[in-house]
Design a protein around this ligand. Structure first.
Ligand SMILES: [Zn+2]
Length: 196
C-alpha cells in the first residue's frame, strides 16, 4: 500500500480531545436519529464518490445521524432542509489550503470543498473510497459542530498517520466523547435554526 506523508483533513490545528471511543457509540440512549440533507457533487468520479458516500452514510448512521444525499446543483442548495453543500474539486493550486485534503467553512454551516486529486494521491486506489469517506465525515462534522477544532484521535484528528490509514482499511475511525458532545450541540442548534 502506498503511504505518503501524514495527510491533513483540513489545515487547522488540533485543539481538543482526550478520550477515544469507537464509532459505534451513539449520540445517546433515547435520542431520535437526526437527519441531515447533503448536496454532493459526484461529477469528478461518480463510482468512487458514490462508494465513499455509502461508507460516509454508514459512519454517520452509527452515531445517530441519518443522511439524505442529493446531487449538487443550484436547486439543491435552495432546499428548505438546510443542506450541507459538498463540491469535489479535481484540480486546485498547490497554495490553496496546502497539504489539506479538504476544507470546510464551519462558521457558515454550509460549504465543503474536497480536493480530489490530493485524496487520490494520498493512498492506493483501493483505499480511495474509504479515505474519501473519512474526509467527507470529518468535514461534515466540522460543519455540524460549527467549529474548526480537532481531536487527538480518530475521525477528527488534524493529521491522519500510517496507523490511521491501516485502521481505515479494516474499520472506520471513531469519534471522541468530546466530538460527540459537540455534534449533539451542533445538531440541536441546526434544528432550532430550521424551526425559526
Ligand atoms: Zn479538520
Amino acid at each position: 500500500m502506498k503511504i505518503g506523508k501524514p495527510v491533513t483533513p483540513a489545515r487547522r490545528i488540533s485543539k481538543i480531545g482526550l478520550s477515544f471511543i469507537m464509532a459505534s457509540t451513539c449520540l445517546g440512549a433515547g435520542e431520535s436519529e437526526a437527519e441531515l440533507a447533503i448536496c454532493l457533487d459526484r461529477g469528478a468520479d461518480p463510482a468512487v464518490i458514490a462508494h465513499a458516500q455509502a461508507i460516509a452514510a454508514e459512519m454517520l448512521s452509527r452515531v445517530g445521524i441519518a443522511t439524505k444525499w442529493y446531487s449538487y446543483r443550484g436547486s439543491c442548495l435552495r432546499r428548505p432542509d438546510n443542506p450541507i453543500a459538498i463540491r469535489i474539486v479535481s484540480h486546485v493550486p498547490e497554495n490553496h489550503h496546502p497539504d489539506a485534503l479538504a476544507a470546510a467553512r464551519p462558521f457558515d454551516g454550509i460549504r465543503i470543498e474536497v480536493f480530489y486529486e490530493r485524496v487520490k494521491g494520498a493512498v492506493d486506489s483501493g483505499l480511495v473510497p474509504r479515505l474519501l469517506a473519512h474526509v467527507l465525515v470529518h468535514e461534515i462534522t466540522h460543519i455540524i459542530q460549527g467549529t474548526d477544532s480537532h481531536s487527538d484521535f480518530g475521525i477528527m484528528k488534524a493529521h491522519w498517520n500510517t496507523d490511521d490509514y491501516h485502521q481505515m482499511m479494516h474499520a472506520p475511525l471513531g469519534f471522541t466523547e468530546e466530538d460527540l458532545q459537540l455534534i449533539r450541540n451542533g445538531l440541536r442548534s441546526r434544528m432550532e435554526h430550521k424551526l425559526e
